[in-house]
Ligand binder design. Sequence first.
Ligand code: ATP
Ligand code: MG
Length: 414
Amino acid sequence: MRQSKLFTKIRREAPADEVAKNAQLLIRAGFVHKEMAGVYSYLPLGLRVLTRIEAIVRKEMDAIGGQEIQMATLHPSENWKKTGGWDGVDVLFKIQSRTEKEYALGQSEEEIVTPIAQEYAASYKDLPLAIYQIGQKYRDELRAKSGIMRGREFTMKDMYSFHESQEDFDRFYETVKQAYLKIYAQAGLTAKVTEASGGAFSEKFSYEFMVLTDAGEDDILYCEACTHCANVEVSKEKEGDTCPKCGKSKLKKARASEVGNVFDLGQKYPKAFGFTYMDKEGKPNTPIVGCYGIGITRLMGVVVEKMADEKGIVWPESIAPFGVHLISLGKAGDEVSADADSLYEDLVKAGVEVLYDDRDARAGEKFAESDLLGIPKRIVVGRDATASGEFEVVDRATGTVEKKSRAEILTPNA
Ligand code: ATP
Ligand code: MG
């Protein structure tokens, strides 16, 4: 894409009312637009990042047998009254129609997915069943000061699974956990898995997926020698205690952000809706349900928080809005700009996702803006490059500069 055509522009100053680093950088660079505290629109660059994160998540959910749907976000209040959520869930947004009828905005989708599963899973032959979606959630959060990491509207991947037995559920639970770890790794993050209480959802245990960052809102205790990790909120352990799992190291305390979790919901939701299936013995039985969330927009915020440097955002290649930022230092009509134009066209033909800075601007300004945008590779076309046929390729994360010929740029794996 030609940057001269991109409708968003880079802002010099961060908005005064925004305290979170992730939102300051994303707003300045034109990835998101703030509507109010906790509510953001995603602009072309931001949507590209979200779409790439979603593609990673979708691939892994499909690989473990999840079936994608899109659920309604405007919910009948009756469903929430059946489960107790209408009065029990403090973050639920309630809407009144002019007809006096009441609705809820989806903050989670158990109230919608359970009746859907009930309609189709009549027999043990229809189980197990895993249904997921990637969509908007609405929550009346009291504090929304973490930028896109805590929204009142945000994007979540939520999956729900229905099982005949606890063993079958436990097996799937473990499968999802492994898929989650793969997802975070692909997005450039290392997640630690805590065992925590189920919170408002369930009395049974759950896993939380935590990424260490000072921008997070949770405190965890973890062991550097093994995978042991616990949320301070529910753990009896303390910093400095010997790890109860491996005994090899002392526990460390750190701030972290919850980028996902999985819950054992037991039979609560099917019971609320009278959902039974015919089991192998021909008797009605209640399925066991699990739910599995990933905060898609929060994950994007965490990546910004963790990887940004003093110059701006640093995207991992896997979720970057573009792979290459091509920068022309020519002026419209000159030899350098013709060289940059033709390199741009060749890169596009080769299937590379390129943002092409074809604007008339000073080199220093272009480089500073490029650093802020955080695209992994920058290729500069200036007078020297056009004369020698060797282009500077700069790695955004490390600052490493390599000289490459056009042929080397166009066949990166050769
Ligand atoms: P938290 O403790 O951070 O409020 P939660 O326990 O309410 O999270 P869930 O309801 O299980 O989280 O939601 C699943 C995932 O959605 C979370 O792990 C998190 O990554 C993300 N998430 C939850 N609330 C928000 C929010 N307000 N804004 C952005 N992402 C969120
Ligand atoms: Mg919450």
